[in-house]
Design a binder for this molecule. Structure first.
Ligand SMILES: N[C@@H](CCC(=O)N[C@@H](CS)C(=O)NCC(=O)O)C(=O)O
Length: 155
C-alpha cells in the first residue's frame, strides 16, 4: 500500500472470483502484476488484511488505492481506462442500464446463487424482504434481460 505508481497489482487465487477480474484486466489491456494468495494463511495474513480486511480475493491496488469487490473492480477499470471502451461514457444514458445490471449481478444474482448452493434460500413468505425475491424471480428477470440482447444487455 502507499504505492501511488500506475502499476496495477492484482491479488487473486486461480479458483476464485478473481477470474472475473483477470478477464477484465485482459480486456482492458493494461499491464498488471499478479500476486497469487493461498486460501487460509496468506489471505488472512496481517499484510493482506491491511489491503482487504475481509481477507478475500480479488483485490487490486492502483495509484495507491485499494479496490475490492469484483464488480467494483471491473467498473473501476472500465472508467480508469476508457479507451478500452468497456463501459458507456459518463454522458451516455445507457450508463444507467450498465449500472443496473452490474449491480443486479453483484447483489441479487450473487446472493441467490450462494443461498441456493447452501440450501439457504429465504422461505416464500419472506420473498418481499430479501433483495433477490425468490431464486426463480431473479433467474427469470435475468433470462428475460439476456434474451436476444447480444452483445449487451438491453435498456
Ligand atoms: N464480494 C466479493 C467476494 C469475494 C470472495 O468471497 N472471495 C472468495 C473467493 S471466490 C475468497 O476470497 N474466499 C477466501 C476466504 O474468505 O477466506 C467479490 O465479489 O469480490
Amino acid at each position: 500500500m502507499g504505492d501511488t505508481t500506475d502499476e496495477i497489482v492484482f491479488y487473486t487465487h486461480p479458483q476464485s472470483r478473481g477470474r472475473i477480474v483477470r478477464w477484465m484486466l485482459e480486456e482492458v489491456g493494461q499491464p498488471y502484476r499478479t500476486e497469487v494468495l493461498g486460501y487460509g494463511e496468506s489471505m488472512k495474513s496481517p499484510a493482506y488484511l491491511a489491503i482487504n480486511p475481509m481477507g478475500k480475493v480479488p483485490a487490486i491496488v492502483h495509484r495507491g488505492v485499494v479496490v475490492t469487490e469484483a464488480a467494483a473492480i471491473c467498473s473501476y477499470l472500465a472508467d480508469a481506462f476508457p479507451r478500452a471502451g468497456l463501459a458507456p461514457a459518463q454522458d451516455d444514458p445507457l450508463r444507467g442500464s450498465y449500472f443496473r445490471w452490474l449491480f443486479f449481478a453483484a447483489g441479487p444474482v450473487e446472493a441467490a446463487v450462494s443461498a441456493k448452493a447452501f440450501g439457504l434460500l429465504a422461505p416464500p413468505d419472506k420473498a418481499g424482504t430479501v433483495g433477490y425475491g425468490s431464486f426463480e424471480q431473479m433467474a427469470d428477470t435475468l433470462e428475460k434481460a439476456a434474451a436476444g440482447a447480444a452483445p449487451w444487455l438491453p435498456r
